[in-house]
Design a binder for this molecule. Sequence first.
Ligand code: GLC
Length: 753
Amino acid sequence: MTAPAHRPWLDRTLPVAERVALLRAAMTLEEKVGQLVQVANPDPVRDADALAAGAFGTCIVASGEHAGNVRDAGTQAEAVNALQRAAVESSRLGVPLVVARDVIHGHRTVFPIPLGQAASFDADLVRACARVAAREATADGVRWTFAPMLDVAQDPRWGRVAESWGEDAWLGAHLGAAAVEGFQGADDAGPRGDGTFAADALAACAKHYVGYGLAQGGRDYAEVDVGPRTLQNRHLRPFRAAVDAGVATVMSAFHTLDTVPMTAHEGLLRAHLKGDLGFAGPVVSDWDAVGELVRHGVAHDTREAASLALRAGVDVDMVTGAYGGHLADLVRSGEVPEELVDDAVGRVLALKVRLGLLDDPFTDPARAARVHLTTEHRALARRAAASAVVLLRDDDGVLPLLAPDGTGAPARVHVTGPFATARAELFGTWTLDGRGEDAVPIADAVRERLAGTEVTVDDGRWPDAALVAAREADVVLACVGEHPMRSGEANSVTSLELPPGQVEQLEALARVSRRLVVVVVTGRPLALGRLAHLGDALALVPHPGVEGGHGVVDVLTGDVPASGRLPSSIPWVTGQVPLHHDHLPTGRPLDPGGPVGRYRDHQDGPMYPFGFGLGYAPVEYGALELSSSRLEREGRVAARVRVANRGDRPTVETVQLYARARRASVSRPVSELVGVRRVELAPGDERVVSFEVDHGLLAHRDAVGHTCHEGGRFVLTAGPHAGAGSSAELDVVPAPHGRTAEPGEVPTHSSDR
Ligand code: GLC
């Protein structure tokens, strides 16, 4: 299709950059500024004048500032098409919009919350879930999602740990990059050689840049204080991985980092993200975060806030209206160079060209009915839900409920607790387009699977009645845990105990039940110390999504192996957090059970460590063997460990490889996850699992993000979780280009610039 002479940017044969330059050159200053404005829930009639003027370039469909826990009317292709038609036909240059939405863990098919997907330790699964979410959301006209969230979350009091990949930077980097590829379609339809996306690709957004998971006290939006090395090695790592995976956009965070609001942080946004890391897409502010610079006390008014944010590197102003209200004037007055506006506009227009919106801004309304909640999508959701189930304790082999041949079902099972019959509550936070009626409750799945069993159910409203039913049953499934409203944005808690009353009810059930299986459905790691000896089995399930009932029962019956592993450490009590496996040794390292403790009122260490989870078969680990005890410059060493299924059931073993530097120029963590291998083992199977170790795997970053290949003695450990495994020592020769960070070095892009 040849482009009309007056609109040469419509020529599809031209490279993306050329089309962007042609369109930007045709724009007035006001039209350019309009591309940097994001509004919420526009209407083609109510906002006809703004659309005709090109006063905004993107929009978000959301219920408001806390969209994660408030349902709205959702998006439909017809409504989006009407908006696009108004934008394209009424504006001077006919530039379409990008419609954005928080598609965090599914659209109509709701997958487990990211913390639950993280429990799978399975990047392929995460990628597949994101791919389905993209197919479904784009069918409703959404082309930009504000996901994946990449905040490394080490304080479960913070409600947004639900949206995270857990406490570990390596896991967050790998799963976050997989989510980017899934959303954007790296496999089949993603960035081709020319950087364009297919029609079912969602532009992903790496958020919240950077360090949001360190909010003081776990209090959402609170200040963050972190040194540059920890920032580089832990909190920036998932963002580097997302940029390397081609993430189309980034969202700056609400908080201050070392007193500088991230929305105005030129050192980390323009200098580091766009400069050092070469990120070429648009940075969008968080909701009204540009306006919040006034409340942070760094801007007199939204005019100054607009100037600060744009200079810092925020390209799109989400809903404040500061850019739309002031940028043109700031440019004309010479306070803001027009080059900065042009750079930002170029990033937004490139996104639109890459998404194919200039070529076809409309969505086929018939697609949604074909792609939403298909049998295949449900099957994936069911597999993801089962992978989110982390079996923590199983005394006397109470689980699984069925024999390997499917026989042996208990005669009577009582299912109780708030999650026995829950539907939409299984979805978890940030579920905007899931429908409760689509969900499969746990009790329904029990009835469906244990057809010959007498199944009684109560939802926990009558604790006394539940006791009567429980004492008649062979097995009681107590399905307790957190309502989704207790996690997600603006939902921090001071106590990680189960919600009020649930422990007491479980204690009562334990007194009358022959066998009690406790299933804790949650949006965060909880302090489970009071459940340590309560009942016969304990499983933790981050909100598992639309197929949550099936997934939980598939695991409890043994139809599917218990394979979930903890993406975050489980504390005994709230007072222990923040608690994470990759802590520094300190000058007085903890000796579990030894005299040097930290707390006078409780034992130290997690109740269950990062990476922990039981299966239904004992897995034996052999000794970790290295192909060489010395890693030469530019060399590689194979680390191999034999694992064997010594049981009578199939299992999935998540073999984890950890590294520890014996000595470095700075103090390094006692345990750094550097590799994961998920292996399916039939009864009697033995497998040698191999990891390739090179300098990059063992390097760390200095204060400005340079990679340090310092070499030295490392201890590698392969095992089932952060607290166990077999080890071997490796001498690493420093790499020639290795840069050794000098303690006290003054970084050029420090967090305080
Ligand atoms: C919210 C969240 C962010 C979300 C955005 C749009 O406040 O912080 O994660 O993407 O606003 O809803």
